[in-house]
Design a protein around this ligand. Structure first.
Ligand code: EPU
Length: 312
């Protein structure tokens, strides 16, 4: 569907629990066949809705491809989205889980969104606070799950961008390209992020995957201290009222990295990405996920939670 009217038409007469919205399909796992209505979002458009000396306010309709939106901004010199280059999916899915990568999360540039209330069919506006953003979280994954359809997203871009090069390999990759990070522009950052993602993360077009399968767990400082005494190499980042531990490291320590189980496996360059080598079914991936959850729990006492949207 490519308009709100088409959406309303498709939904009238449909039970709330018998449909789901499909964006780019890059962050879902279907555990089995889905016996309901799948609504593919094809609502497109990008509009400049405001401008000051410092900022551009851009409204993107939810079916827009995320990476194309990032490129639209980068090519015009508008900063804010460059660290979020090459994330698969749609603009509408971005606030749903407050997408983040390489030191930036969507909430940093987010102004507001419009969402269709699926009970009243009224269009409602949500600001950042009302979206209750967290790490890969928003109110639309919790309290309002299944209650709204995100129609458009408004972002604030910088005309005089300040770059963010502090995460991971960005500075190293810039240096390899002969760029001093302090003089880097947003195109350089975007190119570096694309390079890093292409080197670590398998392209879903080549091999089935939905990016990070689990969230990075946040544990208590005392749990972290106990683990640190047993595993001196463990990394932790103070965040979200606790210590965030890389799930990829936990999974790798349990021996899963690069391991293949039938047609499924944990990816050889990024243990957090579960892949489908060809004919695996949703239930096979789900079984692998359960086995990984169990071994991480047994060894580290940590509960991994899926980051992907599991349906069925
Ligand atoms: N690491 C391992 N083994 C691995 C991979 C990584 O031990 O196989 C360690 C690294 O040494 C590093 C740490 O884990 O210290 C973090 O690794 P990385 O920078 O690759 O990021 P991540 O925490 O695994 C998160 C996001 C990604 C995002 C990257 C970059 C989550 C769940 N995932 O991954 O997002 O691209 O940071 O910012 O927060 C996604 O959401 O689908 C996604 C790909």
């Amino acid at each position: 569907m490519s308009s709100l009217d088409e959406l309303k038409q498709a939904l009238s007469g449909t039970q709330r629990n018998t449909f789901f919205f499909l964006g780019g399909g890059s962050n879902i796992l279907l555990k089995g066949d889905y016996d309901g209505l799948v609504i593919k979002n094809n609502i497109k458009g990008i509009e400049i809705i405001g401008e000051t000396d410092e900022h551009i306010f851009l409204k993107a309709y939810s079916g827009e491809n995320w990476h194309e939106l990032v490129m639209y901004c980068v090519s015009r010199g508008w900063g804010g989205l460059e660290n979020l280059s090459l994330i698969p999916g749609t603009a509408g899915a971005a606030p749903m889980q407050n997408i983040g990568a390489y030191g930036v999360e969507l909430e940093k540039v987010f102004v507001s969104l419009e969402a269709l209330n699926l009970e009243t069919f009224g269009l409602e506006e949500f600001n950042g606070e009302q979206c209750e953003f967290g790490y890969r979280e928003s109110v639309f994954k919790r309290r309002f799950k299944g209650k709204y359809f995100i129609y458009s997203v408004t972002l604030r871009l910088d005309k005089h961008p300040v770059i963010h090069a502090e995460y991971g390999d960005i500075k190293t990759v810039l240096a390899e390209q002969g760029i001093d990070w302090q003089n880097a522009g947003i195109k350089d950052i975007s190119d570096a992020v694309i390079r890093i993602r292409q080197s670590k993360l398998p392209d879903p077009k080549d091999i089935g995957n939905s990016g990070s399968f689990f969230k990075n767990p946040v544990i208590t400082p005392s749990h972290f201290d106990t683990l640190k005494s047993q595993y001196p190499d463990i990394k932790g980042f103070e965040q979200y009222n606790g210590i965030k531990v890389p799930a990829a490291w936990l999974i790798e320590q349990c021996g899963w990295k690069g391991k293949r189980v039938g047609q499924t496996g944990s990816h050889a360059r990024q243990a957090l990405v579960l892949v489908n080598y060809g004919d695996a079914k949703g239930e096979d991936i789900w079984q692998l996920a359960q086995d990984i959850i169990k071994s991480v729990k047994d060894r580290f006492g940590i509960d991994l939670e899926p980051e992907v949207n599991v349906i069925g």
